[in-house]
Design a protein around this ligand. Sequence first.
Ligand code: ADP
Ligand code: ZN
Length: 312
Amino acid sequence: MTMPAPAAASVRNGNDVPEPLFAGVELGGTKTIAVIGQGGKILDRVTIPTTRPAETLAATAEQLRSWYREHRPAALGVASFGPIALNARHGEYGHMLSTPKEGWSGAAIVGPLVEVMPVPVALHTDVTAAALAEGRWGAARGVSDFVYVTIGTGIGMGVVAGGRPVTGRMHPEAGHLRVRRMAGDGFAGNCPFHGDCLEGLAAGPAIAARTGTSANKLSPEDPAWIPVADALAEGMVSLFLTLSCERVIVGGGVGVGQPHLLALVRDRIGEKLAGYLPDMDEATLRAMIVHAEMGADAGPLGTLELAALARG
Ligand code: ADP
Ligand code: ZN
């Protein structure tokens, strides 16, 4: 059988060199998306329900096998829900760690995929993949040090430092930062581990627990947004002080669905810094704390960017 030419061999970079083809897999809690793409364009995608690991990974591997035969992509990027062992020195590298998601604890994620697509592979969290997509094509273009924060069912953060995603021992879990409570706030928080960590105070379910109303039904004028914004501002101050990041990109159902929230967050940061980092005035904060731009394709596109990192 003759090998069909890749659909978009004509995608060229600024130097008129064809862009390499990359493959990616975003393993999500409910669905898994496999893509093949070139130059930031998704050429083909399949969506597979995330059920049991054997079933989901076999269906994903089947697609990768076929793409490998047809297109010989240069590298593979894999982004996954967590917690997952990312550090290559970790004995469990490429495996899911302990998770309440039934059947997934200890599951080998990378092995079954590279077996059928033997190319350089990079693995990271789903939120880090979204961060990389924002860094390449979205709200963090041109910035080498930034954090992508998703505020949804939980709070997840993907950290990019010096243009590289931060992995560390496992991966950053800054959604569980222990923030200082706003004076007078009596809500106990709902993180099963910490109660009033950032996620326990400001993720969608925390807002629902605090108000008795789903976060998407809460009016922007509701005073319950104030302690939520305050906790987020605390978290961001920690990011600025720890990482000296140049930008914070906010995504997720709550982050994107409540456009008024970022202004409330920015308003609280100056007071919390209390004159420290004086260049971070109102206009600077408006440019530094921004909404995500990539929408639903951030994850899949981020897997292609992970693949580019794997290729080096
Ligand atoms: P997930 O975090 O599960 O990937 P989302 O980012 O969509 O998914 O987050 C879901 C959470 O975001 C839910 O708690 C939901 O109530 C909340 N949410 C979704 N849309 C909005 C909205 N427009 N305004 C406020 N909260 C929202
Ligand atoms: Zn927590």
